[in-house]
Write a protein that binds this ligand. Sequence first.
Ligand SMILES: [Mn+2]
Length: 427
Amino acid sequence: MRIASDLIQKNNLSCQSAMEADYEALGEHLHRNSIDIAQLTRRAGQFGVAIPSWGVGTGGTRFARFPGLGEPRHVFDKLDDCGVIQQLTCATPTVSLHIPWDDAEPNELKEKAASVELNFDAMNSNTFQDQTEQRHSYKFGSLSHNDSATREQAVEHNIRCIEIGKSLGSKALTVWVGDGSNFPGQTHMGRQFDRYLDAMKQVYAALPDDWQLFTEHKMYEPAFYSTIVQDWGSSYLIASELGEKASCLVDLGHHAPNVNIEMIVSRLARFGKLGGFHFNDSKYGDDDLDSGSIDPYRLFLVFNELVELELQQGDAFQPAYMLDQSHNVTDPIESLMSSAMEVQRAFIQASLVDREALANYQLDNDALMASQTLKQAFRTNVDPILQFSRLQSGGAIDPIGAYRESQYRQTVSAERPLVTGASGGIV
Ligand SMILES: [Mn+2]
């Protein structure tokens, strides 16, 4: 199902000489600032962000879902689509599965993933919707439900996700729940949090030594008055209570508008509890728009903190990166390729920041020049670095152009019937 390599080579040839001229010019520009473009290109090649399996399906809103052509029918089709994204961008080497949406025989999953050169990232549990033949409903909560049998069922599901993940080579479990309340007074917020913590401790106890557990906060939805893991403070409390294998995920869309997310990143990392990210973008709320499509400067500022942390902590600093967005009006493969490149771009731009100059401006209280130092890096067009890195790794200089030329979507739509029912899940 992958894209023919001669098609990629032909597409690359059509834009290679322009790219090389741009690369040389950028190299000279960076050299004047004592930055080695070859080192940055290697850095771009080492960057990876995970694709969520559910991201390759078309999403929807509470109002409607408009299915796209040739949507994946099951996890094996999803892995094919993820394989195409990695083949062309060389920036998405792993896939994050969602159980039970992606339930399948682990050996078959491993075999399929290997055939499209992908590995498995964090496992995601689902206790926010009911499955057929499920004994206890999650309508009024899962890990924090006031009925102990429902909590036990949710704990067992999370432990099952760990077991599946162990056989796939995954090393992390992400827990996001929809638990909360829709009315003041509906739940006792203190006792509900106690029940959640107690259940999470049982999940944590089943975690292998070399695994991580990520807790993900979300301000609202599906519960609208209160959610059990409402904000990064609650998330931090949970991760602290559980132990050192637990840390916090920051989903860029799960905050109130205008919240200073890069400051949250700095705070969590300061206390060793920054686990990783779910990247997306938003305008009004938890919009799940494409990463970098609304506010690329904010994405850059987040990476500015991350690059700074990497310099301080070295290889010990290994945050988990995943895209988590919903594609309602675009081809999901195109959106995910574009988003992976936007995240990679922010990473490289943040690597250009003159940290010594910035530190001195901070010491001198020179707010204007400190800000200009960041802006200078942000304004640098690093496209040639990303393009050259992809070419070196066997990918496409222009992934979206090569993808369109390949007619992949048209080819798979001939064998994948239109899916009108299921919705792309958004967590
Ligand atoms: Mn998320």
